[in-house]
Ligand binder design. Sequence first.
Ligand code: HPA
Length: 278
Amino acid sequence: MQKFITLAQIDEIADQIRKRVAVQPQIAMILGSGLNGLADSVQNPVRIPYSDLPNFPVSTVQGHAGRFVVGELEGKPVIVMQGRIHYYEGYSMGETTLPVRVMHRLGAHSLFVTNAAGGVNENFVPGDVMLITDQLNLMGMSGLNPLMGPNLDEIGPRFPDMSQPYDREYCNLARKVAAENKLTLREGVYAGLSGPSFESPADLRFLRLAGADAVGMSTVPEVIVARHGGMRALGLSGISNKANLDGSTVTTHEEVIEAGRVITPKIETIVRGVLRGL
Ligand code: HPA
């Protein structure tokens, strides 16, 4: 595969999907580790495995199914990624975010992202849901920005604004839905690291000082690419474990998946409510 993703490559994949579905999706969704369940609620679903699509990256992580599900949720046409692509799987930043480009080209004007994250804010407990209000692009700061390479001028500007990565109206809607359903909704800054190793106690102390409330291995590049194309973003983190600043406990992928079982219904309530309110 070439180094940078081209518009032709994006459109070739989008055309393949278009041939198989009747609806034009408006909302794109990416579901995080252990949070896949919502994709099974999509009505009139057309399921397209990533492996059916030309030059499409395939997710290799346990808890990620690896397919698009196109259909309706709360009456809105959606395209859902049941399983995301992570940079740590060995793909380039462009490949990692290629699905966002494809969903945008298919007509999606908004991106809803969910992820499993470690709670850095000391008030957070496993099972909490955090509305992402801003993000720390630590991958970008170390030279890994998905927009590197020739700019796709047809999609967005060379130097896109990032003053509002997460849409304020969507945030307000999510707060309202959470209140109506008596769900505690935490809020804060999501820090994106490449992974796959979890953070050391020193990493976590650094993140806390830097103003992070949650930390994970995804989302930030996806939201940058979405904003580049003018998509509006909503982000929800499921807090699967507490940051371990003194090294007294270990973090495992199993606990991340397990916490997903508690978090999934909360995220589903919020996502459904926001969709209804659009
Ligand atoms: N760190 C990074 N990513 C994660 C974590 C964590 O503690 N939990 C779930 N995803």
